[in-house]
Design a protein around this ligand. Structure first.
Ligand code: C6P
Length: 407
């Protein structure tokens, strides 16, 4: 493999030149949201400056141009995740909306009282709460597969929880609180053997690895643009065409219809059936530009580079006395969650900020994970393809400084 073009990549992210508290920014909060390359910023600016109008509605030139850009982005995303058809790419606000869409449509049509939905103990709240709400409404039952102290799914117990009543398995591909990458191929194979559909929460996985929905054979895959170098407010729900065809619509309104009378409404074809109202046009175009950008670099190259970063950071962190890494499985993406003896994660976050280092401190919207590890919160450094080993050195020396002063 040729060397990863880190200097070139860094130069393409204008925000990385910012100073925070008079120090060079060290941005390690990429799991919360990541920064945007100039190509993405330019794509949005270009659309608004030259090609903006509403989509799917006008015969005028600008509307046709904007529609081409919007649908062009759908095609790029289809290729990026290797979906069979653009009909399987539904634009939503983000992962949260994608999962809620499934709960409000697929689940309502297919899951009823006494049926079971299986998740894991390492889910983000957005893959817990929609199911709790659904179960409270319908009498369906939420089952939770346990994890161990390495932060791994206890696969045997997970498999035992798959029953004749399981109607959906909804699992995080990569945990935001632990970094754990779940054995999703094995999970999907076990589900397929019993004809159970699988939804993968790909919010954290998609920026760090090649995702091929056909190779995975998942039924649904949800992700957010803002963690994938694209704008916030846009995300994707991938679904197998036959399942999407059979599902009722999510919201009613413009664009999701073919014909409306006061007596009845005929719904539009896929993917428009699930895209009511004027969509987030510029954000979709920005997502298309992000996907172009990543395709050029190559997701396998991103994954290999970030694996090196995580390995380097983990080895350094292990040398710091009083630091405990939360999430220690070998199958991990570029996330380092940790706690320090005697220093609260919020204080770690605040003190590192004074050195120009941005990390996240908190429960990471995964409170059950915090409960399991009996910590109120963790400090989390999460890496992107533009981070460097030098930045990890700055982080580690910052942690050492604060242990010296406050530990
Ligand atoms: N996690 C984090 O700091 P939205 O907010 O819809 O773009 O993504 C929700 C979501 C779903 N699943 C996982 C695994 C996630 O990590 C997230 C977002 C951010 O970890 C914000 S809480």
């Amino acid at each position: 493999m040729t060397a990863f073009p880190i200097e070139k990549i860094r130069a393409e992210f204008p925000i990385l030149k910012e100073k925070i508290r008079n120090k060079p920014l060290v941005y390690l909060d990429n799991a919360a949201t990541c920064q945007k390359p100039q190509a993405v910023i330019d794509s949005i600016s270009h659309l608004y400056s030259h090609e903006y109008a509403n989509v799917h509605r006008g015969v005028h030139t600008l509307s046709v141009k904007a529609t081409d850009r919007y649908e062009g982005a759908r095609e790029k995303i289809k290729n990026f995740i290797n979906a069979k058809s653009t009909k399987e790419i539904i634009f939503v606000k983000g992962t949260t909306e994608a999962i809620n869409l499934i709960a409000q449509t697929f689940a309502k049509a297919n899951i009823t009282k006494g049926d079971e939905i299986l998740i894991t103990a390492m889910e983000h709240h957005s893959n817990i709460v929609p199911w709790q709400m659904f179960c409270a409404e319908t009498g369906a039952v939420l089952k939770v597969a346990p994890i161990n102290l390495q932060g791994e799914l206890i696969y045997d117990q997970f498999e035992k929880l798959i029953s004749d009543k399981t109607r959906l398995i909804s699992v995080v591909h990569m945990s935001n609180a632990l970094g754990t990458i779940n054995p999703v191929k094995k999970i999907i194979a076990a589900a397929k053997a019993k004809n159970i559909p699988v939804l993968l929460d790909g919010a954290q996985a998609i920026p760090h690895m090649t995702v091929d929905v056909q190779a995975l054979d998942c039924d649904f895959y949800a992700f957010s643009g803002h963690k994938l170098y694209a704008p916030s407010g846009i995300g994707v729900l991938y679904g197998k065409q036959a399942l999407l065809e059979a599902m009722p619509p999510y919201q009613g309104g413009g664009d999701m219809i073919r014909k409306v009378t006061f007596e009845e409404t005929e719904y539009n074809t896929l993917p428009y059936k699930f895209e009511a109202g004027t969509p987030s046009i510029a954000d979709v175009v920005g997502l298309g530009a992000a996907v172009d950008y990543l395709t050029e670099i190559g997701m396998d190259n991103v994954a290999a580079y970030e694996a090196e970063l995580l390995d380097y950071a983990t080895k350094k962190a292990e040398q710091i006395e009083g630091l405990r890494i939360i999430g220690q499985t070998k199958e991990k993406g570029a996330i380092l969650s940790f706690v320090l003896d005697k220093i609260h994660p919020h204080d770690i976050g605040t003190m590192l900020d004074s050195l120009g280092i941005a990390i996240r401190a908190g429960h990471h919207c995964a409170m059950p994970v915090m409960d399991f590890f009996e910590v109120p919160a963790t400090a989390r450094a999460s890496f992107a393809m533009y981070n460097t080993k030098e930045e990890i050195d700055v982080l580690m020396s910052g942690i050492e400084q604060l242990i010296e002063v406050f530990g």
